[in-house]
Ligand binder design. Structure first.
Ligand code: MN
Length: 254
């Protein structure tokens, strides 16, 4: 098994190291990751400047740092750096959950999305915490899920999103298969004044307090379960499709 690891927290992230270590025990593991943090880069790709990848010396696994986004890293790895298409791509381990509408913004998730676009089985992995993070349970779970996934495969244009509660492994209640919740961010813009009296803005926000509906990723993680969400790239809403067909829509008469 040949595995690619990428992330959006950057090549020096301890979550990336923990994941590469755990995968390294079950797969020939390659790391291609952004040279600095690209959290919330979503699926941005680099079209207007050169992409560079430099080998990071002194590491067991082959590691490259790039000036690209997570999606760029997957492209670089698959089409050149690894020399062949990997059997699996695992993106993470992200510091901070990727639940509900986080998926819209997440660079971690987009690493897995880019792999899915290549037809490669892919997992995004996050820990729901920012301080004193328990990386090892998430890393070990990711490695075992990676083996199972390579054995079983996934339908076309799908991937898995994993979120692990930030707690010692003995406290984890188990694994729950979930659907994407609706949690989103509130109070997202801070307006401030600089020393010269000019306005500037800082994007911020905190997750709304919704406990999350039964069966969602948000609820599962809040209750101490490892959440595994099967996701699709096709975002079509079938019920809305039927509804739209009853609307009065036509090419405008000019
Ligand atoms: Mn991140």
């Amino acid at each position: 098994m040949r595995a690619l690891v990428t992330n959006d927290d950057g090549v020096t992230s301890p979550g990336l190291a923990a994941l590469a270590r755990a995968l390294g025990r079950v797969a020939e593991t390659y790391v291609v990751a952004p040279e600095h943090e690209r959290s919330a880069a979503s699926h941005a790709i680099t079209l207007h400047k050169p992409l560079r990848a430099r080998r990071v010396p002194g590491t067991d696994a082959p590691v490259w740092a790039t000036n690209g986004t997570p999606a760029d890293c997957v492209v670089l790895a698959v089409l050149d750096l690894m020399g062949a298409v990997p059997d699996i791509v695992v993106s993470g381990i992200n510091a901070g959950a990727n639940l509900g509408m986080d998926l819209i913004y997440s660079g971690t998730v987009s690493g897995a999305v880019e792999a899915a676009l290549f037809g490669i089985p892919a997992i995004a992995v996050s820990v729901a915490g920012f301080r004193e993070i328990h990386w090892d349970p998430a890393a070990a779970f990711a490695a075992s899920l990676a083996r199972e996934l390579v054995r079983r495969g996934l339908p076309r244009d799908t991937f898995l999103n994993v979120n692990v509660p930030n707690m010692a492994v003995e406290r984890l209640r188990g694994v729950e298969i979930t659907r994407q919740g609706t949690r989103r961010y509130v109070n997202r813009l801070e307006k401030r004044s600089d020393p010269r009296g000019r306005d500037y803005y800082w994007l911020t926000g905190s997750a709304d307090d919704e406990p999350g509906a039964e069966g969602t990723d948000v609820r599962a993680v809040a209750e101490g379960w490892i959440s595994v969400t099967p996701l699709r790239l096709d975002m079509t809403h079938d019920a809305l499709d039927r509804e739209l067909r009853s609307w009065n829509l036509a090419v405008p008469a000019m």
